[in-house]
Design a protein around this ligand. Structure first.
Ligand code: HEM
Length: 248
């Protein structure tokens, strides 16, 4: 706290010292504001979506066979060579994605708390107001997705929960994993959550970034739902193909 102003109090004739509020940096003020947190959610969400789209496209190499998928997985570890050393790019990508995920989750939790504080009394309507379903899906779906990512890394990167993990052979690991029916259920439920998250997230991000005209809102909705279906559907092709014996 800083002592800043000295002024003469009326009638009394003596100097009183007032405490000025602490000065906060522009970044802290931005983060403290609701619109700032929403903007952080939109930008980190876009970054995570870019990874999710690229990862989905890469996974489709499964349909070209073991050689192609494993070669692609090997290439991911050598991006940037010889300027970068092996796996440096991968670790950089992991650090950026983790930072984006942490910011995305913290902003979401803080906004949810703010929302709750602003509306401490439960709705008395019989029908919950529009938007409540989307908000709940985003919160529960987001938490489910976070748990899924932990499971997924243990499954295909670490190999701790994969029933027959062979390091450096993702094709084999996929085929071994998706023979198990409940593993397929975990993945398909997570993918449905991912689809809903993208669908609602797209619309929220657009509103945050100022898209409010009805015609544009409609266009955003269409782009959001198409992306959601393509991403979730594209991912689902791999477990479904293995489950049905199309890929083995
Ligand atoms: C059926 C759906 C999916 C399949 C078949 C799949 C497949 C894989 C495979 C094989 C790996 C290991 C890659 C390697 O070692 O080179 C991997 C890693 C990973 N996947 Fe997926 N994935 C799926 C869905 C998802 C989803 C929905 C997300 C995020 C929401 C995701 C996020 C990740 C992450 C963060 C990694 C770790 C990358 C790293 O090691 O840095 N995956 N995935």
């Amino acid at each position: 706290m800083s002592l800043t102003s000295g002024r003469r109090a009326p009638n009394v004739g003596r100097v009183v010292t007032t405490l000025a509020p602490p000065r906060r940096s522009a970044v802290r003020r931005f983060w403290a504001s609701t619109i700032g947190k929403k903007a952080v959610m939109a930008v980190t969400g876009a970054l995570l979506l870019a990874f999710v789209v690229a990862h989905m496209a890469g996974n489709l190499k499964t349909f070209l066979g073991a050689g192609d998928l494993n070669h692609y997985a090997h290439w991911l570890r050598t991006i940037g060579e010889p300027v970068l050393r092996r796996e440096w790019f991968l670790w950089l990508q992991r650090a950026v994605l983790l930072a984006a995920l942490v910011l995305h989750v913290i902003a979401a939790v803080q906004l949810a708390r703010r929302d709750l504080r602003a509306r401490p009394v439960r709705y008395v309507h019989r029908q919950p107001p529009r938007g409540t379903f989307a908000v709940r899906t985003m919160r529960w779906g987001g938490a489910t997705l976070a748990l899924f990512v932990v499971w997924h890394i243990l499954d295909f990167t670490v190999g701790a929960v994969n029933r027959d993990f062979v390091p450096g052979d993702p094709y084999h690991n996929l085929v071994a994993d998706f023979q198990v029916w409940w593993v397929n259920v975990i993945y398909l439920v997570a993918l449905a959550m991912l689809g809903l998250h993208i669908h609602h997230g797209f619309a929220s991000a657009a509103r945050t970034l100022g898209v409010t005209r009805p015609r544009r809102e409609r266009a955003i909705r269409i782009i959001g739902s198409t992306t959601a279906v393509v991403v979730a559907g594209g991912y689902a092709l791999v477990p479904v193909a293995i489950m049905t014996g199309l890929v083995h």
